[in-house]
Design a protein around this ligand. Structure first.
Ligand SMILES: *Cc1c(COP(=O)(O)O)cnc(C)c1O
Length: 340
């Protein structure tokens, strides 16, 4: 613990001292329990294992110059977890339970919140699973909600340096009327093969197209996609993408900067017209993209040089990070300061 090299942390699991858990049994949520074990005792017929009844969240805590711990938009994560729970018929953790669990997990592990200026942060992973047994295909009657945390470095080892992405036409991440807009494990299982192939072929991530027409940009691996064209911030409107809180925040900041924000279909052809493109999500905030390779057609779209991100992406990235760290006024009330 005393010798964590904060500046060199990977984006990976890191054992901390405590996690918190809460069971839903007999139609109600129990008390929040604190645990120092990394393991859970699970029935072998639990629905999360067989029928994919599980949803997760990802958010971060930051330490500011004033040494205070700041949480970014946790209430949005709470609402999204409720939406995911409804999507795959799980018990919804109440907002207050979500808040108590997250705040408690962070406070109990406050020594793992990386210091200001290290570039690292505390990643918070709320998890909801069907823990009750079923063999027939139906929802569980028992659920486990838990939160664990761990210090992380940037998601992409390149940090805020542009990455290459690969359009994967021979895989779909999510169906048009499926579960793409819920943060559930099944979407990730469906994306692993395309992602692994993209890595093996030298790309940071696979770029998925809409599953029906294969015409429009959908998700950028585990992140949302956006493009910048002059004064325009464009991001896909699609029922199969996860409503990213980072993207929502970037859209607000783009508007604050006087930009026009459009949520609409983006065709593969339109990729040619953008000056900057990027992927966005909690883990990396923005991953600027310097090249998109359409694997099947061989077409290449090039953006900024591999050495540097574009000016608009850079500005949005700095602005959002400054708000998260408390370096800039929190004019949209996105930040909660944790009283330790
Ligand atoms: C979590 C996630 C995102 C990013 O959402 P944030 O709220 O910005 O972290 C984007 N796409 C997918 C598929 C995700 O699971």
């Amino acid at each position: 613990m005393d010798n964590i090299n904060w500046g060199a942390l990977p984006f990976a699991y890191f054992k901390t001292d405590y996690n918190v858990r809460c069971y839903y049994r007999d139609g109600k949520w129990g008390d929040l329990e604190v645990s120092d074990s990394e393991y859970i005792n699970l029935h072998m017929a639990a629905t999360c294992l067989h029928y994919g009844q599980e949803a997760f969240e990802g958010l971060k805590a930051f330490r500011g110059k004033d040494d205070k711990i700041r949480l970014f938009r946790w209430d949005e994560n709470a609402l999204r977890m409720q939406s995911s729970a409804r999507g795959v018929l799980m018990a919804e953790p109440p907002i207050e339970l979500f808040r108590d669990a997250v705040f408690t997990a962070v406070k109990l592990n406050s020594k793992y919140v990386p210091p200001y200026g290290s570039g690292a942060s505390l990643y918070i992973r709320p998890l909801l699973i069907g823990s009750g047994p079923q063999v027939g295909v139906k929802p569980a009657t028992e659920y486990l909600f838990m939160v664990f945390v761990g210090p992380v470095g940037p998601y992409f080892k390149e940090g805020f340096n542009p990455v290459k992405m690969q359009i994967a036409r021979d895989y779909d991440r999510a169906a048009p009327l499926g579960t793409g807009h819920y943060k559930v494990g099944g979407n990730y299982a469906a994306s692993l093969a395309a992602g692994q192939r993209a890595h093996a072929e030298g790309y940071a991530s696979a770029l998925f197209l809409d599953a029906r027409d294969k015409k429009y940009i959908d998700e950028a691996g585990p992140a949302n996609f956006f493009g910048i064209k002059g004064n325009l911030y464009v991001t896909p409107a699609s029922a199969s993408i996860l409503p990213s809180i980072t993207n929502k925040s970037l859209m607000t900041l783009a508007q604050d900067l006087g930009m026009t924000v459009e949520r609409r279909h983006i065709t593969v052809e339109e990729l040619e017209d953008f000056e900057e493109v990027g992927a966005c999500g909690t883990a990396a905030v923005i991953s600027p993209i310097c090249e998109i390779h359409d694997r099947e057609t061989g077409r290449k779209f090039s953006y900024c040089s591999p050495k540097g991100a574009g000016p608009v992406s850079t500005r949005l990235y700095r602005k959002l990070q400054a708000i998260q760290m408390g370096d800039e006024p929190d004019i949209h009330q996105w930040v909660t300061i944790l009283e330790e």
